[in-house]
Design a binder for this molecule. Structure first.
Ligand code: ADP
Ligand code: NI
Length: 213
Protein backbone atom coordinates (compact mmCIF):
# COMPACT_ATOMS: atom_id res chain seq x y z
CA UNK A 1 0.00 0.00 0.00
CA UNK A 2 1.31 3.51 -0.74
CA UNK A 3 1.56 6.21 1.93
CA UNK A 4 -1.69 7.96 0.99
CA UNK A 5 -3.66 4.69 1.09
CA UNK A 6 -2.15 3.84 4.48
CA UNK A 7 -3.31 7.22 5.81
CA UNK A 8 -6.78 6.70 4.29
CA UNK A 9 -7.01 3.35 6.10
CA UNK A 10 -6.05 4.96 9.43
CA UNK A 11 -8.78 7.58 9.08
CA UNK A 12 -11.35 5.00 8.00
CA UNK A 13 -10.73 3.00 11.17
CA UNK A 14 -10.84 6.10 13.42
CA UNK A 15 -14.00 7.77 12.11
CA UNK A 16 -16.02 4.66 11.28
CA UNK A 17 -18.59 5.36 14.02
CA UNK A 18 -18.89 9.15 14.07
CA UNK A 19 -22.48 10.44 14.05
CA UNK A 20 -21.93 14.20 14.10
CA UNK A 21 -21.19 14.80 10.42
CA UNK A 22 -17.46 14.17 10.60
CA UNK A 23 -17.82 10.66 9.26
CA UNK A 24 -15.77 9.16 6.53
CA UNK A 25 -17.95 10.49 3.71
CA UNK A 26 -17.17 14.05 4.91
CA UNK A 27 -13.48 13.17 4.75
CA UNK A 28 -13.84 11.67 1.27
CA UNK A 29 -15.60 14.81 0.00
CA UNK A 30 -12.91 17.04 1.52
CA UNK A 31 -10.19 14.94 -0.14
CA UNK A 32 -12.01 15.09 -3.48
CA UNK A 33 -12.47 18.87 -3.22
CA UNK A 34 -8.82 19.35 -2.18
CA UNK A 35 -7.81 17.48 -5.34
CA UNK A 36 -10.00 19.76 -7.46
CA UNK A 37 -8.51 22.90 -5.88
CA UNK A 38 -5.01 21.45 -6.37
CA UNK A 39 -5.54 21.53 -10.15
CA UNK A 40 -5.38 25.33 -10.04
CA UNK A 41 -2.61 25.52 -7.42
CA UNK A 42 0.50 24.12 -9.12
CA UNK A 43 2.79 25.47 -6.37
CA UNK A 44 1.20 23.23 -3.74
CA UNK A 45 2.64 19.89 -2.60
CA UNK A 46 -0.12 17.49 -3.65
CA UNK A 47 0.77 14.62 -1.32
CA UNK A 48 0.97 16.89 1.74
CA UNK A 49 -2.40 18.41 0.79
CA UNK A 50 -4.16 15.08 0.28
CA UNK A 51 -2.72 13.44 3.39
CA UNK A 52 -3.68 16.48 5.51
CA UNK A 53 -7.19 16.44 4.00
CA UNK A 54 -7.56 12.84 5.15
CA UNK A 55 -6.23 13.59 8.63
CA UNK A 56 -7.79 17.00 9.30
CA UNK A 57 -10.40 15.74 11.79
CA UNK A 58 -8.70 12.78 13.49
CA UNK A 59 -7.16 14.73 16.40
CA UNK A 60 -9.95 17.34 16.71
CA UNK A 61 -10.87 17.98 20.35
CA UNK A 62 -14.56 17.78 19.38
CA UNK A 63 -14.07 14.17 18.38
CA UNK A 64 -11.44 12.65 20.63
CA UNK A 65 -11.09 12.44 24.41
CA UNK A 66 -7.41 13.29 24.45
CA UNK A 67 -5.82 15.37 21.72
CA UNK A 68 -2.37 14.56 23.16
CA UNK A 69 -2.85 10.80 23.01
CA UNK A 70 -4.39 10.89 19.53
CA UNK A 71 -1.59 13.16 18.30
CA UNK A 72 1.02 10.75 19.63
CA UNK A 73 -0.73 7.75 18.05
CA UNK A 74 -0.92 9.56 14.74
CA UNK A 75 2.74 10.59 14.88
CA UNK A 76 3.82 6.99 15.53
CA UNK A 77 1.64 5.75 12.68
CA UNK A 78 3.09 8.31 10.25
CA UNK A 79 6.63 7.32 11.25
CA UNK A 80 5.69 3.68 10.57
CA UNK A 81 4.38 4.74 7.13
CA UNK A 82 7.82 6.19 6.39
CA UNK A 83 6.95 9.91 6.47
CA UNK A 84 9.99 12.04 7.36
CA UNK A 85 10.07 14.24 10.49
CA UNK A 86 9.77 17.32 8.29
CA UNK A 87 6.73 15.92 6.49
CA UNK A 88 5.10 14.99 9.79
CA UNK A 89 5.70 18.50 11.17
CA UNK A 90 4.11 19.99 8.04
CA UNK A 91 1.04 17.74 8.44
CA UNK A 92 0.60 18.62 12.13
CA UNK A 93 1.07 22.28 11.35
CA UNK A 94 -1.94 22.07 9.05
CA UNK A 95 -4.28 19.90 11.07
CA UNK A 96 -3.53 21.71 14.33
CA UNK A 97 -4.13 25.18 12.94
CA UNK A 98 -6.88 25.04 10.35
CA UNK A 99 -10.06 25.02 12.44
CA UNK A 100 -12.30 28.06 12.83
CA UNK A 101 -11.70 28.44 16.53
CA UNK A 102 -7.92 28.13 16.35
CA UNK A 103 -7.81 30.59 13.48
CA UNK A 104 -9.75 33.08 15.54
CA UNK A 105 -7.66 32.56 18.65
CA UNK A 106 -4.15 32.55 17.25
CA UNK A 107 -4.43 34.12 13.79
CA UNK A 108 -1.80 31.68 12.62
CA UNK A 109 -0.79 31.68 8.99
CA UNK A 110 -1.42 28.46 7.14
CA UNK A 111 0.79 26.99 4.44
CA UNK A 112 -0.69 26.93 0.93
CA UNK A 113 -1.48 23.23 1.42
CA UNK A 114 -3.24 24.10 4.69
CA UNK A 115 -5.24 26.81 2.97
CA UNK A 116 -6.43 24.30 0.37
CA UNK A 117 -7.52 21.78 3.00
CA UNK A 118 -9.22 24.55 4.97
CA UNK A 119 -11.11 25.67 1.86
CA UNK A 120 -12.15 22.11 1.05
CA UNK A 121 -13.38 21.57 4.64
CA UNK A 122 -15.28 24.85 4.68
CA UNK A 123 -16.89 24.18 1.30
CA UNK A 124 -18.31 20.97 2.78
CA UNK A 125 -20.19 23.06 5.37
CA UNK A 126 -22.11 25.09 2.78
CA UNK A 127 -24.45 24.51 -0.19
CA UNK A 128 -26.78 21.52 -0.41
CA UNK A 129 -24.34 19.32 1.49
CA UNK A 130 -23.93 22.02 4.12
CA UNK A 131 -27.71 22.14 4.58
CA UNK A 132 -27.86 18.36 4.92
CA UNK A 133 -25.01 18.36 7.45
CA UNK A 134 -26.51 21.16 9.54
CA UNK A 135 -29.79 19.25 9.94
CA UNK A 136 -27.97 16.00 10.57
CA UNK A 137 -25.85 17.65 13.29
CA UNK A 138 -28.76 19.54 14.85
CA UNK A 139 -30.91 16.40 14.85
CA UNK A 140 -28.18 14.46 16.59
CA UNK A 141 -28.16 17.02 19.42
CA UNK A 142 -31.95 17.39 19.53
CA UNK A 143 -31.88 21.04 18.42
CA UNK A 144 -35.01 22.92 17.36
CA UNK A 145 -35.24 23.66 13.62
CA UNK A 146 -36.36 27.30 13.78
CA UNK A 147 -37.58 30.02 16.13
CA UNK A 148 -38.95 33.16 14.48
CA UNK A 149 -37.96 35.32 17.46
CA UNK A 150 -34.40 34.12 17.79
CA UNK A 151 -31.68 36.71 17.13
CA UNK A 152 -28.32 35.70 15.74
CA UNK A 153 -25.55 35.66 18.31
CA UNK A 154 -22.41 37.67 17.73
CA UNK A 155 -18.92 36.59 18.68
CA UNK A 156 -19.05 39.07 21.55
CA UNK A 157 -22.25 37.82 23.13
CA UNK A 158 -21.95 34.13 22.17
CA UNK A 159 -20.75 33.09 25.63
CA UNK A 160 -24.02 34.21 27.23
CA UNK A 161 -25.97 31.73 25.16
CA UNK A 162 -26.33 27.99 25.29
CA UNK A 163 -23.97 26.15 22.99
CA UNK A 164 -26.73 25.07 20.67
CA UNK A 165 -28.72 27.48 18.61
CA UNK A 166 -31.60 26.60 16.31
CA UNK A 167 -30.52 24.95 13.12
CA UNK A 168 -31.71 27.83 10.92
CA UNK A 169 -29.84 30.30 13.13
CA UNK A 170 -26.64 28.36 12.52
CA UNK A 171 -26.86 29.51 8.89
CA UNK A 172 -26.81 33.17 9.95
CA UNK A 173 -24.15 32.73 12.59
CA UNK A 174 -21.76 30.71 10.52
CA UNK A 175 -22.70 29.17 7.19
CA UNK A 176 -23.62 32.36 5.28
CA UNK A 177 -20.33 33.95 6.37
CA UNK A 178 -18.07 31.14 5.23
CA UNK A 179 -17.82 32.32 1.61
CA UNK A 180 -15.91 35.41 2.81
CA UNK A 181 -13.24 33.28 4.45
CA UNK A 182 -12.00 31.31 1.46
CA UNK A 183 -8.32 31.32 0.53
CA UNK A 184 -8.11 30.07 -3.07
CA UNK A 185 -9.69 31.41 -6.26
CA UNK A 186 -11.36 28.06 -6.98
CA UNK A 187 -12.97 27.93 -3.54
CA UNK A 188 -14.12 31.55 -3.72
CA UNK A 189 -16.00 30.74 -6.94
CA UNK A 190 -17.57 27.54 -5.63
CA UNK A 191 -18.50 29.18 -2.32
CA UNK A 192 -20.38 32.00 -4.08
CA UNK A 193 -22.70 29.55 -5.86
CA UNK A 194 -23.24 27.41 -2.77
CA UNK A 195 -24.02 30.45 -0.63
CA UNK A 196 -26.62 31.64 -3.11
CA UNK A 197 -28.17 28.18 -2.91
CA UNK A 198 -28.42 28.45 0.90
CA UNK A 199 -29.94 31.92 0.62
CA UNK A 200 -32.59 30.56 -1.76
CA UNK A 201 -33.24 27.71 0.67
CA UNK A 202 -33.70 30.09 3.62
CA UNK A 203 -36.06 32.29 1.64
CA UNK A 204 -38.21 29.31 0.64
CA UNK A 205 -38.06 27.91 4.20
CA UNK A 206 -39.46 31.13 5.67
CA UNK A 207 -42.19 31.36 3.05
CA UNK A 208 -43.30 27.84 3.85
CA UNK A 209 -43.05 28.56 7.58
CA UNK A 210 -45.58 31.36 7.22
CA UNK A 211 -47.85 29.02 5.23
CA UNK A 212 -47.61 31.26 2.18
CA UNK A 213 -48.55 29.84 -1.21
P1 ADP B 1 -15.66 21.70 11.41
O1 ADP B 1 -15.84 20.66 10.32
O2 ADP B 1 -15.10 22.97 10.90
O3 ADP B 1 -14.95 21.18 12.62
P2 ADP B 1 -18.06 21.69 13.03
O4 ADP B 1 -17.60 20.53 13.79
O5 ADP B 1 -18.33 22.95 13.75
O6 ADP B 1 -17.11 22.08 11.83
O7 ADP B 1 -19.36 21.28 12.23
C1 ADP B 1 -19.53 20.07 11.54
C2 ADP B 1 -20.82 20.18 10.74
O8 ADP B 1 -21.91 20.38 11.65
C3 ADP B 1 -20.83 21.39 9.81
O9 ADP B 1 -21.51 21.07 8.63
C4 ADP B 1 -21.56 22.44 10.63
O10 ADP B 1 -22.24 23.38 9.82
C5 ADP B 1 -22.54 21.62 11.41
N1 ADP B 1 -22.84 22.29 12.68
C6 ADP B 1 -21.96 22.68 13.65
N2 ADP B 1 -22.58 23.31 14.66
C7 ADP B 1 -23.90 23.31 14.34
C8 ADP B 1 -25.07 23.82 14.97
N3 ADP B 1 -25.03 24.43 16.16
N4 ADP B 1 -26.25 23.65 14.34
C9 ADP B 1 -26.31 23.02 13.13
N5 ADP B 1 -25.24 22.52 12.48
C10 ADP B 1 -24.05 22.65 13.07
NI1 NI C 1 -13.88 18.51 8.58
Amino acid sequence: MNKVNLVAKYVNDKLANDKTGHNIDHIQRVVKMAKLILQSEPAANAQLTIVSAYLHDVIDDKLVDSVEIESLKLRLYLIKCDFSNGEIDDIFNIINNMSFSKNLKFKRTLSLEGQIVQDADRLDAIGAIGIARAFYYGGHFGDVIYDENERPRTLENAKQYRKHTTIINHFYEKLLKISHQMNTKTAIEIAARRTQYMQDFLKEFKLEYKAKR
